[in-house]
Design a binder for this molecule. Structure first.
Ligand code: TPP
Ligand code: MG
Length: 698
């Protein structure tokens, strides 16, 4: 192994040695503890330490790193207290994730380390978002993301590298090529000669280096960092290395030819560097022994503290409270009757901070005094105009708000909602994206790590499947896992009725309602469309904002000109009635009101849910009490739709008020068809009369 110390001083070379040794000695200790049954299994980085350590030390301590499962050296090189790491690995409440996450799946804002989810690939696009934040602020910083060579086969790798290249983002992507992805050798993983060959296809520079040579890694990453900052471009580094242990501890290495171990043993990053340091007279053999002894002592001491962690006390309330970040924003809400002056209210959850991770810091620079629009005047606006206004006023209010989506800039978006925004707010903030839903959701999360807000426009709600993993696994779970919020709104143009076929018409809100950590809102009228969008953008949590395409230009109403919120989690009583209650949302509200208008013989109460997660159970209970007969109406298909959930809740909590079984009217359990006659038949509205008559006649 050839070492080149360049300008490093002996002291720097010795420091590098200590940093390189620490993760190795920790893991060696962990192997003993594992055999004693005192610690749970993890993914070993033995043999690969030079990559984590060299790369981390080449960065500034406040530059975000997105490590993976073999990167203990990242955590130790950021000087995270070892006893707290031990607490983390034991699943202790005093670790970094309050016992909720395993091995290396946690992050720390304080150390600028973003915790991975198990899925390989999503970390890469988060690095894009962080780098975008650095770029927008003109900071001289890079973000750095790791992947294994196996992970490069994921679509997320392609999406993240392509986006970084197209947006000229200062990101360093490091591939740790250790020859295997679990048991799969590189010959069954990819066909290019070298993974850096792919960089050319992305229009990116790349270099392949010896990942076991600490000086080569350190020096390369330092140089690449300068390049990324000065040229404002991403860079790909392939580090050749070898996994000296099984995929995870205790999973064995039978599938790896013995001679590979023999060969790579000779390339051990620590032994080789030790020999070099002795030959260079940087350290003597005795000094090395001394450093090893000191490190051993340190590990033992920290381990003792780590094992002294208190036993887990389970607190369900804390578990539930930590799923969402607290909103610290003071909100102006539109009152239902806006002849009343709006009230300044503080979010009610703020009063009970028990068991919370610290609330996200309010980004003070981001707020501008809402200069616009007279407070109490209203004007007629179509649903689509109200959405546009909500976006526009939010962009004016939050200077740290970024919009991203396919064709949303000059073209104005598929539905022209953002037309003219580029002229008003500039291309930095109104960003066209490549075709890559997953990377953009990931980038939105990265922006959030750096205190930005973002709204992503899904061109059609149907395409959310291509970004599904980032939403349900990363955005939704991140606050619960390690206290980081995802300040992201995803706009979801949804719904059918236009003969647009199975992939431009779906109602897929129920997928997200089932996912703790997300909020789901679904306005049915122009006033709420604006107010809920503003509330969603102000909320520090990930919110899916469903906007029914069929309502865009078909309905309008009085909309306050002021900047206001419609509270998330509050339903709206659309009309009172005394025969039956229809609980619905979105297009269902219009089906119900039209039906009621045409059936004056019936007194129908209509409750518009507006928010599907969280649900307004008080309002649901009130309407059940009022009438004792309830119909749940939605455009989504029957099975697994939110109607089933609400029906179950009513059965459990309002049984004594019921005069009839809770009934559901929903669309057919088929994909949504193209032909208008078929689609009409598919829709819940086709069975509304039948459902109501059945309920009334019960
Ligand atoms: C999306 C996804 N699919 C499958 C897995 C299961 N899995 C975990 S690690 C791994 C191998 C990863 O190989 P590589 O990317 O080369 O990283 P290495 O483990 O070698 O460091 C697999 C298949 C996963 N975590 N995520
Ligand atoms: Mg691998």
């Amino acid at each position: 192994m050839h070492f080149d110390k360049k300008n490093s001083t002996p002291d720097q070379l010795a420091q590098l040695y200590k940093s390189l040794l620490l993760p190795r000695m920790i893991e060696e200790k962990m192997l003993v503890l594992l055999r004693q049954g005192k610690i749970s299994k993890w993914f070993s980085g033995i043999g690969q330490e030079a990559i984590s350590v060299g790369a981390t030390l080449a960065l500034q301590p406040d530059e975000w790193i997105m490590p993976l499962h073999r990167n203990l050296g990242v955590f130790t090189s950021r000087h995270m207290p070892l006893h707290k790491l031990f607490m983390q690995w034991q699943g202790s409440k005093e670790g970094y994730s309050k016992g909720r996450e395993r091995s290396f799946h946690f992050g720390s804002k304080e150390h600028y380390i973003c915790g991975m989810i198990s899925h390989l690939g999503p970390q890469l696009a988060i690095a894009d978002g962080v780098a975008l934040a650095y770029k927008l602020r003109k900071q001289n910083k890079v973000s750095l993301a790791f992947t294994g060579e196996g992970g490069t086969s994921e679509g997320d790798f392609h999406e993240a590298l392509n986006t970084a290249a197209v947006w000229d983002l200062p990101v360093i992507f490091i591939i740790e090529n250790n020859g295997y992805g679990l048991s799969t050798p590189v010959t069954e993983q990819y066909r290019c000669a070298s993974l850096i060959d792919r960089a050319k296809g992305y229009g990116m520079e790349a270099v392949k280096i010896d990942g076991n040579n600490i000086l080569e890694v350190y020096d390369t990453v330092k140089g690449v960092r300068e390049y990324c900052i000065n040229r404002q471009k991403p860079y790909l580094i392939e580090c050749m290395t070898f996994r000296m242990r099984g995929h995870e501890e205790a999973s064995g290495t039978k599938y790896v030819p013995k001679e590979l171990f023999t060969r790579w043993e000779l390339n051990d990053p620590i032994k080789n560097y030790e020999i070099y340091l002795v030959l260079q007279q940087v350290l003597t053999a005795e000094e090395i022994a001394g450093i090893r002894e000191e490190t051993k002592q340190y590990i033992e001491e920290e381990l003792e503290k780590g094992f002294a962690a208190a036993a887990m006390i389970v607190d369900t309330e804390e578990e539930i409270n930590d799923v969402y970040a607290l909103s610290s924003v003071v909100r102006r809400q539109s009152s239902e009757a806006f002849d009343e002056p709006p009230v300044e209210v503080v979010s009610d959850v703020e009063a009970k901070p028990r068991g919370r991770f610290p609330a996200p810091a309010a980004n003070k620079e981001s707020k501008q005094a809402p200069t616009h629009h007279s407070p109490f005047t209203t004007h007629d606006a179509r649903f689509i105009d109200a959405i546009r206004q909500g976006l526009q006023q939010s962009l004016e209010t939050h200077t740290n708000l970024i919009l991203m989506g396919q064709d949303i800039a000059e073209y104005g978006g598929a539905f022209k909602i953002t037309e003219g925004f580029v002229e008003q707010f500039g291309k930095d903030r109104v960003r066209n994206t490549p075709l890559c839903e997953s990377a953009i959701v990931g980038a939105a999360l990265g922006l959030s790590l750096e205190g930005y807000k973002s709204v992503m426009e899904m061109q059609f709600a149907d395409f959310v499947t291509a970004g599904f993993n980032q939403i349900v696994n990363n955005l939704a779970k991140i606050h619960y896992r390690w206290g980081q919020n995802a300040d992201v709104v995803i706009r979801m143009p949804t719904g059918g009725g236009m003969g647009a076929g199975p992939f431009h018409s779906q109602s897929n809100e129920a997928w997200f309602v089932h996912t703790p950590g997300l909020k789901v809102v679904y306005p049915s009228n122009a006033e709420d469309a604006k107010g809920l969008l503003i509330a969603a953008i102000n909320d520090p949590n990930p919110v899916l904002y469903f906007e029914h395409k069929g309502l865009y230009r078909s309905i309008s109403g009085r909309v306050p000109e002021m900047y206001y919120e419609t509270a998330i989690g509050k339903a709206k009583l659309v009309q009172r009635g005394s025969d039956v209650s229809i609980i619905t949302y979105g297009a269902g509200v219009h089906w119900a009101t039209d039906y009621a208008a045409k059936h004056e013989d019936l007194s129908i109460e209509i409750l518009d849910l507006r928010s599907l997660l969280p649900l307004d159970y008080d309002a649901i209970k009130t309407t059940v009490k009022n009438n004792g007969k309830v119909l749940l109406l939605h455009e989504d298909s029957l099975t697994g739709g939110i109607g089933g959930e609400i029906a179950a809740w009513i059965g459990e909590h309002c049984f004594e008020y019921l005069d009839a079984p809770v009934m559901r009217c929903a669309s057919l359990n088929t994909p949504i068809p193209f032909n208008m006659e078929l689609e009409k038949n598919f829709m819940a509205s086709a069975r509304l009369d039948e459902s109501i008559q059945k309920l009334v006649g019960y």
